[in-house]
Write a protein that binds this ligand. Structure first.
Ligand SMILES: Cc1cc2nc3c(=O)[nH]c(=O)nc-3n(C[C@H](O)[C@H](O)[C@H](O)COP(=O)(O)OP(=O)(O)OC[C@H]3O[C@@H](n4cnc5c(N)ncnc54)[C@H](O)[C@@H]3O)c2cc1C
Ligand code: SF4
Length: 339
């Protein structure tokens, strides 16, 4: 049985108090929300904070402000996000992404903020201490070399958050609060293409809110590739959103990718799609364009070449769903692993 290392637990009641504790403790402290990612990592000694600052009792982390756009508190559990009518009705891509994360039990504990700040993943890193010690560790924790790309100076561990690509396609911002003040950041700018230093968030900052713009006339969709139809982390996440005029012309569009690099990112497909109609040819070309940007590494599940190949297909599923095709049979095939 893997045991947690010793740590001190702080349970502040307000965002200001949490920010004050974080600032005072410095880099040895970490926030804990649902703990569904951090606690397993601590048991494997991948992350070893001396102080945990819990967000569970912090007031103001669970707000839902529904106006022209939508603001979601970073402390909402994924189950609460899914149960929010505005998410289901107007931000379908986010609803689909959150619904496909882990299991109902984990979604009852895991939060939106924790999901967006999730650690990156790698087959050589997500192992217990003894396993990692047997290979002399790796650059991400306790070692010097990257076992995936031995000549690389950079860790290429993979982003595994499902909500991030969906929210990037929806043009979301995040609010970061510290004892020094607060700032709003486009979500895409929260991430860096670096498996170790993967967040632009400072250690003393709390992600308090996700701010979504008005999504009227927009449609969105999220498609996830994983080994099992439930439970598994993504090895590919494709998120698309488009504002479509009544005559079928795309006014604006965004296509984002997750799980094929150290950061979730926006592709150039949106620029290509603007002004077009989502014909089969346009959709196929967008798929090819996005696939050329995906550079999966051999540190996650499935054959790396197949994972790259399948990107184009997943983009076409997302865009076809947005144009109104019935894609339920494809979703079922993916869930049953008969792709
Ligand atoms: C078996 C299993 C399967 C999983 N499958 C998936 C999956 O398919 N897709 C997926 O996306 N995730 C998956 N997860 C990961 C995890 O359950 C979710 O991402 C969850 O939403 C994490 O939220 P949390 O509140 O539990 O985060 P925590 O574990 O509490 O924290 C995660 C990280 O975020 C930081 N953090 C937490 N809240 C904040 C905040 N408000 N501001 C700043 N930093 C913060 C913490 O310091 C920590 O670094 C899985 C986990 C397990 C154990
Ligand atoms: S990508 Fe390399 S450095 Fe990063 S976790 Fe994997 S093996 Fe370690």
């Amino acid at each position: 049985m893997m045991r947690l290392p010793w740590f001190r637990h702080e349970s502040p009641r307000s965002i200001a108090e949490a920010a004050r504790i974080l600032a005072g403790e410095g880099p040895h402290a970490m926030l804990i929300a649902g703990g569904t990612d951090l606690l397993p990592n601590m048991k494997r000694r991948q992350q070893t904070p001396r102080v945990l600052v819990s967000l569970r009792r912090v007031e103001g982390m669970k707000q839902v402000a529904n106006g022209q756009g939508l603001t979601l508190g970073g402390g909402l559990t994924l189950s609460e996000v899914i149960a929010t009518d505005a998410v289901r009705e107007r931000y379908r891509g986010l609803w689909q992404a959150a619904s496909q994360i882990a299991t109902p039990q984990l979604r009852n504990m895991g939060t939106l903020g924790g999901n967006l700040c999730l650690d990156t993943r790698c087959n050589y890193y997500d192992q217990n201490y003894e396993w990692r010690k047997a290979i002399d560790f790796c650059m991400k924790k306790d070692g010097k070399i990257c076992w995936v790309a031995t000549a690389s100076k950079r860790c290429v561990a993979v982003t595994a958050t499902d909500c991030a690509p969906a929210l990037i396609a929806l043009d979301a911002k995040v609010r970061l609060v510290s004892s020094a003040g607060e700032r709003d950041l486009p979500l895409a700018e929260l991430y860096r293409n670096d498996g170790i230093d993967h967040l632009a968030r400072r250690p003393d900052e709390i992600l308090t809110d996700v701010v979504l713009p008005d999504a009227r006339s927009w449609k969105s969709s999220y498609w996830k590739l994983r080994r099992r139809g439930a439970f598994d982390f993504p090895v590919l996440g494709v998120a698309a959103a488009a504002k479509i005029l009544p005559d079928g012309t795309v006014l604006e569009a965004r296509v984002a990718l997750g799980a094929v690099s150290s950061h979730p990112f926006l592709t150039k497909a949106g620029e290509f799609l603007a002004g077009t109609r989502l014909t089969d040819e346009v959709v196929a070309e967008a798929g090819r364009m996005v696939a050329s940007r995906a550079k999966p590494m051999d540190n996650a599940d499935f054959d790396v070449y197949w994972r790259k190949e399948v990107v184009a297909e997943f983009v076409t599923y997302a865009l076809r769903e947005i144009r109104g095709d019935d894609t339920s049979a494809v979703r079922l095939r993916i869930a049953r692993r008969t792709l």
